[in-house]
Design a protein around this ligand. Structure first.
Ligand code: SF4
Ligand code: SF4
Ligand code: SF4
Length: 262
C-alpha cells in the first residue's frame, strides 16, 4: 500500500530527541523484514536524515549499544533469547516488534505443535543435542512491546510511516479492520465463493489483500485484528464444509501462538 513519505514537514517536530538513535536486532527469523527496509532505497535516505543508525548489520558494519528505538525481528525460541531481549528492552525507550515472528510468533510457532525431538532432528540432524530450544513465542511474551509492524514480511512503506509516527511521538496507527475490506476494494472474488478457505475475515488489514489479489488466499500473517470475531469465522468455515483439521492447519501457519482455534 502506498503511504505518506517519512519526511517531516516544517510543522512537524521530532519529539524523541534531536536525532534519535535506532538499532536493529534479530532473533529466530529469516531477516526478511530487515531486507525489506534495506530495499526502501531512496526512502531509506529520507529516514536516515532524521535518525542515527547505530546497529543494522544488513546495511552497515559496526554496532552501538546506545539507542532510543530498538526494532526487533524474529521470535524468542531459546532460554538465552530472554536475557538478550530483556537487555535490549532495558536500553530502548521504544521497542518495536518487526514482522510476524516478532509480533505474533508467526511461522516459528509451527514447531510448537510438533514433538521437540522431531523438529530438532529435522533441523539439526546429528547435532540436535548441541542446541537448546523451547516453544517459539512473540517478543510480548517476555518484554513490553510499544509498537508492532505486522506482516511476513513487513510492508516497507508501512515501516516508513511507522518510523515517522514514532519520530513525532505518536502511537503508530494500524488498521483495526479485516483484510476483507481491502479485498472487496480490490474487486476480488471471495475465496469462500470459490469453495476455498481464507483467513482474511479475522486478519488485520494493511497489505491490500495482496495474496488474494495474486490468486491465493490470506494465511493471516498480519495477525488477528483487535475485534476479530472467531465465533462468526467458525460458522463461516462450518457452513462452507471445511473440516476442523484443514482449518487448524491454516490457522497454525501464522497464528499458532494465538491459540485461536476455529
Ligand atoms: S516475519 Fe517473515 S520475513 Fe519476518 S523474520 Fe519472520 S519469516 Fe522472516
Ligand atoms: S477472499 Fe478472503 S479476504 Fe477476500 S473477502 Fe473473501 S474472506 Fe475476505
Ligand atoms: S493477504 Fe493475508 S497472508 Fe497475505 S499479506 Fe495480507 S495478511 Fe498476510
Amino acid at each position: 500500500m502506498e503511504t505518506e513519505p517519512v519526511t517531516l514537514t516544517s510543522n512537524e517536530t521530532c519529539l524523541l530527541s534531536a536525532k534519535p538513535r535506532i538499532a536493529f536486532f534479530d532473533f529466530a527469523g529469516c531477516e526478511g523484514d530487515q531486507l525489506q527496509i534495506a530495499n526502501l532505497e531512496e526512502k531509506l535516505l529520507d529516514i536516515l536524515a532524521h535518525v542515527e543508525v547505530v546497529s543494522f548489520r544488513e546495511i552497515k558494519t559496526g554496532h552501538g549499544d546506545d539507542y532510543d528505538i530498538a526494532f526487533v525481528e524474529g521470535s524468542i525460541t531459546r532460554p538465552e533469547d530472554e536475557e538478550r531481549i530483556k537487555e535490549i528492552r532495558s536500553k530502548a525507550k521504544v521497542l518495536v516488534a518487526l514482522g510476524a515472528c516478532a509480533a505474533i510468533g508467526g511461522i516459528n510457532c509451527l514447531k510448537n505443535f510438533m514433538g521437540e525431538g522431531f523438529y530438532r532432528d529435522v533441523v539439526y540432524g546429528p547435532q540436535a543435542g548441541w542446541y537448546r530450544t523451547y516453544a517459539a513465542r512473540p517478543l510480548s511474551a517476555v518484554v513490553t512491546v510499544d509498537a508492532e509492524i505486522p506482516g511476513c514480511p513487513i510492508d516497507r512503506l508501512e515501516f516508513a510511516r511507522v518510523v515517522k509516527e514514532l519520530l513525532l511521538g505518536r502511537t503508530p496507527w494500524l488498521p483495526d479492520y479485516p483484510v476483507c475490506v481491502e479485498c472487496k476494494m480490490a474487486g476480488n472474488v471471495c475465496r469462500f465463493d470459490m469453495g476455498k478457505m481464507c483467513l482474511g475475515i479475522i486478519t488485520r488489514a494493511g497489505c491490500g489483500a495482496c495474496c488474494v489479489t495474486e490468486g491465493a488466499h490470506c494465511w493471516g500473517c498480519r495477525g488477528l485484528f483487535p475485534t476479530a470475531n472467531l465465533d462468526a469465522a467458525r460458522q463461516v468455515m462450518d457452513r462452507a464444509g471445511f473440516d476442523r483439521r484443514q482449518v487448524q492447519d491454516l490457522m497454525r501457519f501464522f497464528l499458532g501462538d494465538t491459540r485461536a482455534g476455529l
